[in-house]
Design a protein around this ligand. Structure first.
Ligand SMILES: *Cc1c(COP(=O)(O)O)cnc(C)c1O
Length: 394
């Protein structure tokens, strides 16, 4: 059998490559950080989700080691069979305190949190109203649930209102949105979403993966940004981005919702508990957040500086309220040229084009971090100028 299947896969892979969509991984030979080592060469990293620069933070590394010393390497069980450690409960409490929510449930990743949130809560009598640009894990989670599906155009409140009207005869309605959309860096208009949800009797869920730690004056996410702390029924998020970048996901929100997820959410019931070292480091990470929001201040200053300087140099950047800066190139082939040449200059950025973004909306996505110093940002901007001169001849 395999020879036929192999031939089929080889052809499919060749097609992917011919379409220019084959994903090659770069191999990093250092810890994740502002500066990384690739093929023995130092480069500046502008494409990690390491928004607060915590991925190589010495205090978190220490906390992870201490957690392993105290509670071992692994849990080797799911929670409903073997229970969890005191550390897991402490981390859940920290997350609830951070977001001003009632309770929290941990998962191995936010992909699991989103995969396991809809099906236990909603049935075919209910409606899920989802932003068209929501993350793949939300799309998959919705697919696993029997609720009726409604989709509205990205952050389009007139369309959301239409969909809410269309869903009026369902029993329960849940509006679902990413906090920050990863291609444009725009923040969801949660104030208006919340207002419409009130008007049309719906609940709201926000995936804070790209916004937690970043958006809002102290990084508490979009509910801080819009003064809606504790008002949204469900938040999901990851420990794999701003919050240290290791692994772990969570759903946080209303007490009964979290209770029900503990009873019925499949990635919680049938997948391993987070490893003690990561949990201990997670607890320390939230302590750091409680102590100071200096990292947020630095990240916001860095992002403002980068965008302001890029605009001064004549680059076309999407407005951003997050750490994601989309430098618009429009032409797909050209965006790949930019990314490759930026890499030659020792700057890692990613070029995105159709179908990841709309046709003729190709861009270079720059992810700014609190780990970046001003000279890193300046180097990135200088590289953009040099590459533009080479490509555009100006
Ligand atoms: C990154 C991301 C996820 C997945 O998080 P993991 O913890 O890495 O699984 C889910 N949702 C959104 C919006 C994300 O950006």
């Amino acid at each position: 059998m395999y020879d036929k299947f192999q031939a089929y896969l080889q052809k499919e892979l060749a097609d992917i490559e011919a379409a220019g969509l084959y994903k090659n991984e770069r191999i990093i030979e250092s810890a994740q950080g502002a500066e990384i080592l690739v093929k023995g060469k130092k480069c500046l990293n502008f494409c990690a989700n390491n928004y607060l620069g915590l991925a190589d933070n010495p205090e978190l590394i220490e906390a992870a080691k201490a957690g392993m010393d105290a509670r071992g390497y692994g849990m080797a069980s799911v929670r409903f069979i073997c229970g969890c450690q005191d550390l897991h409960k402490q981390l859940e409490k920290k997350i609830s305190d951070f977001f001003g929510t009632e309770d929290t449930i941990l998962y191995a990743a936010c992909f699991d949190a989103n995969g396991g949130v809809f099906e236990p809560l909603l049935t075919a009598d209910d409606a899920i109203i989802s932003d068209a640009l929501n993350h793949a894990s939300i799309i998959d989670g919705v697919r696993l649930c029997k609720a009726q599906r409604f989709r509205y155009k990205n952050a389009d409140m007139a369309d959301l209102e239409e969909q809410l009207k269309a869903a009026q005869n369902c029993r329960f309605r849940l509006v679902v949105t990413d906090g920050v959309f990863s291609m444009d860096g725009n923040v969801c208009p949660l104030d208006k979403i919340y207002e419409l949800a009130q008007k049309y009797d719906a609940m709201v869920m926000v995936d804070e993966s790209h916004s937690a730690g970043v958006v809002g004056k102290t990084g508490r996410g979009v509910t801080e940004r819009y003064n809606l702390r504790g008002q949204v029924e469900i938040l999901t998020g990851t420990l794999g981005k701003a919050f240290g970048g290791a692994m772990g996901g969570f759903t946080t929100g209303r007490k009964e919702i979290i209770d029900m997820l503990r009873q019925r959410s499949r990635p919680y019931l049938f997948s391993n508990s987070m490893a003690p070292g990561l949990v201990a480091a997670g607890i320390r990470m939230f302590e750091l957040m409680e102590e100071s929001s200096a990292l947020q201040d630095k990240l916001h200053a860095n992002t403002d500086y980068f965008l302001r300087r890029m605009k001064e140099e004549g680059f076309d950047c999407k407005p951003s309220e997050s750490a994601i800066c989309a430098v618009m190139i429009y032409d797909a082939a050209k965006s790949q040229k930019y990314a490759a040449k930026m890499q030659e200059e020792g700057i890692f950025v990613t070029g995105f084009y159709y179908p990841v973004v709309p046709k003729d909306q190709a861009r270079i996505r720059v992810q700014v971090s609190a780990a970046h110093e001003k000279e890193h940002l300046d180097k990135c901007i200088e590289a953009f100028k040099k590459v533009r001169a080479e490509i555009e001849g100006k």
